[in-house]
Design a protein around this ligand. Structure first.
Ligand code: GLV
Length: 311
């Protein structure tokens, strides 16, 4: 008989197909009453798979008293209540490493696209405006300092790439990692020291609003902010207000507070480059992330150690 698990929301199709081929998968989002569905499955489900954006709330964990593993299809597990999981003796797994390079690539793409106004240039050509004159000149990458909030795997991969563009690197994080880059414990001090600021830290309570109004205002009218982390790490209303009124020069944003809804005002701004949360969204990387999810689930059912547990 196939082992059973709950899938909280759809995931990368090939991974989902693999899960469905090997396990009896209960697709929670298809239930008209999700709480009733959890209650119906409560006495037999010990495994849940969930995409990073859906996560799992403490109340949902409590509704499944036999739950032992939540395999999250994402590196960032901020939508899973990990503290509650730990308290309830539930292991949470994520998908680290395999997405680092793609996410760092997107950070550089957003930095370049924002500084050199690539998306605005594309709109300029398509609209026929080029026939009427030249695109206004942009800033240059030369001589700039890149500040990185969160110098983990992704932050360091961004730094490596940025060095190839001649950017100086500075960073902020919980501690000085002695990486040979300038370290600032205070995000405002980092903003003072840089021209381009990229958020690459985990989401969740520890980093909520770390890119504060003060950080944004310190970056200033020539400054650029790039976010490939989570919408929660930035004071989004302050960011939008600073962009609308020219107190921040530009922004490249892959993540937002209330995805897939994006603050209306941003849609009008030529100095902003927007992406639909696609840092890891290549086939190769999603396949590798899916494999890690499958490996964690298979390890659990085989009573083996979980390859990438976070708690
Ligand atoms: C994507 O946002 C992830 O956390 O993997």
């Amino acid at each position: 008989m196939k082992s059973e698990l709950i899938l909280m929301a759809p995931i990368y199709a090939a991974t989902q197909q693999h899960l469905e081929a090997h396990y009896l998968v209960h697709c929670l989002w298809q239930a008209s009453d999700q709480a009733a569905k959890l209650a119906e499955l409560a006495d037999r489900i010990d495994t849940v798979v969930t995409p990073g954006g859906r996560g799992m709330k403490a109340a949902e964990m409590r509704a499944l008293p036999k739950l032992k593993v939540i395999a999250c299809f994402a590196v960032g597990v901020d939508a899973v209540d990990v503290a509650a999981a730990t308290e309830l003796g539930i292991k949470v797994t994520n998908t680290p490493d395999v997405l680092t390079e793609d996410v760092a690539d997107l950070a550089l793409a957003l930095i370049l696209a924002t500084v050199r106004r690539v998306a605005a240039g594309d709109r300029f050509v398509r609209s026929g405006d080029w026939l009427k004159g030249a695109l206004p000149l942009t800033q240059s990458m030369r001589g700039k300092t890149l500040g990185i909030i969160g110098m983990g795997r992704i932050g360091q991969a961004i730094a490596q790439r940025a060095e190839a563009f001649g950017l100086r690197i500075a960073y902020q994080g919980p501690r000085d990692k002695h990486l040979g880059y300038a370290y600032h414990a205070d995000p405002v001090d980092l903003a003072k020291a840089c021209d381009i600021l990229v958020a690459a830290c985990p989401g969740g309570d520890a980093t909520r609003g770390i890119v504060s109004k003060a950080v944004i205002e310190t970056l200033g009218p020539e400054g650029v902010f790039v976010n490939i982390a989570r919408g929660s790490v930035v004071d989004e209303p302050a960011l939008v207000d600073a962009l609308v009124h020219g107190r921040l020069g530009g922004a490249g944003l892959d993540v937002f507070v209330d995805e897939p809804r994006v603050p209306e005002a941003l849609l009008m701004l030529d100095q902003v480059v927007l992406q639909p949360h696609v840092g890891s969204a290549s086939h190769a990387t999603r396949t590798a992330m899916g494999q890690l999810v499958l490996d964690n689930v298979a390890a659990w059912f085989a009573k083996q150690p979980l390859p990438t547990a976070v708690n």
